[in-house]
Design a protein. Structure first.
Length: 109
């Protein structure tokens, strides 16, 4: 069943921004909204995570949890998603951003 997603893509390559507009509406620069199936969402995210370059991408979509949504982050960043007793919280690094895996595959402790 299709659901609404929100995607922020900052400082990503132009070809990625163009590809995103095939599936989503760019409501403001670097902010995309659309309704897609879970399969399309996951395939879009795989493409995004593989080519963010020096940028950052954040995906928010509905989920069956206490918060009602799930989040994924890819690219160079200071923010990291942390699971705290079933709630997703965001922690910050004080050091320079480093490249990392997206939260769904890394599952930081």
């Amino acid at each position: 069943m299709p659901s609404m997603i929100t995607l922020s893509a900052t400082a990503v390559p132009d070809h990625l921004r163009g590809a995103l507009t095939r599936w989503l509406l760019e409501v403001t620069p670097e902010l995309y909204v659309g309704t897609v199936s879970a399969k399309v969402r996951d395939e879009l995210w795989e493409a995004i995570a593989n080519c963010t370059g020096d940028g950052i991408a954040v995906l928010i979509y509905p989920a069956d949890n206490e918060q009602g949504f799930a989040m994924r982050i890819a690219g160079l960043r200071r923010r990291h998603l942390r699971d705290f007793e079933g709630l997703t919280l965001i922690s910050f690094n004080s050091a320079q951003p480093t490249a990392g895996e997206d939260y769904e595959t890394a599952k930081h402790p």
